[in-house]
Design a protein around this ligand. Structure first.
Ligand SMILES: [Zn+2]
Length: 156
């Protein structure tokens, strides 16, 4: 594990379930700083006019426009059971690990209730935790169906 992560050497942009994602190339320790969400600092009211998904509100007054491709943190997908979180240092947005992350793991953080309710809920969350939950419900349903089919057979 490197003492200090270099976003270009230790992180990798790659295909994920939800489009592109950001992946660890090395082990990252819980609590370790991963990458900065970098971009132009703009007034939050001006951000409302912009047509980009890569806005990160610092507070009611300031928002970071992270749409530049050099901002690797913009590739981090949402997860309902994330392994990282965003935090603020003054007006800088940084991402750190909240679990130990293994090489090859996708880095995720929770986008927040408001974002989730306005943008993710309607289309269905693509995170691993939600996919697993859906798969469990599906297999329960098919087990139930198989059981009632067996019962129907016996009744005949
Ligand atoms: Zn989810």
């Amino acid at each position: 594990m490197p003492a200090k992560l270099s976003p270009s050497r230790h992180l990798r942009i790659s295909r994920s379930k939800a489009g592109l994602g950001l992946f660890a190339r090395v082990a990252i320790k819980k609590g370790q700083f991963i990458v900065r969400y970098s971009g132009r600092k703009i007034r939050s009211e001006a951000a409302d006019e912009l047509d980009t998904r890569y806005l990160f509100e610092v507070n009611a007054r300031w928002t970071i426009d992270g749409s530049n491709r050099r901002n690797r943190a913009r590739y981090i997908n949402h997860s309902c059971r994330p392994n990282a979180e965003a935090y603020f240092v003054k007006h800088a947005i940084k991402i750190r690990a909240i679990k130990n992350i293994k090489p090859g793991d996708e880095i995720t953080y929770h986008y927040g209730r408001d974002y989730f309710d306005s943008f993710i809920k309607a289309v269905g969350c693509k995170c691993r935790a939600c996919a697993k939950k859906r798969a469990e419900i599906r297999s329960q349903r098919s087990r139930r169906r198989a059981r009632s089919a067996r019962r129907a057979k016996r009744a005949r």
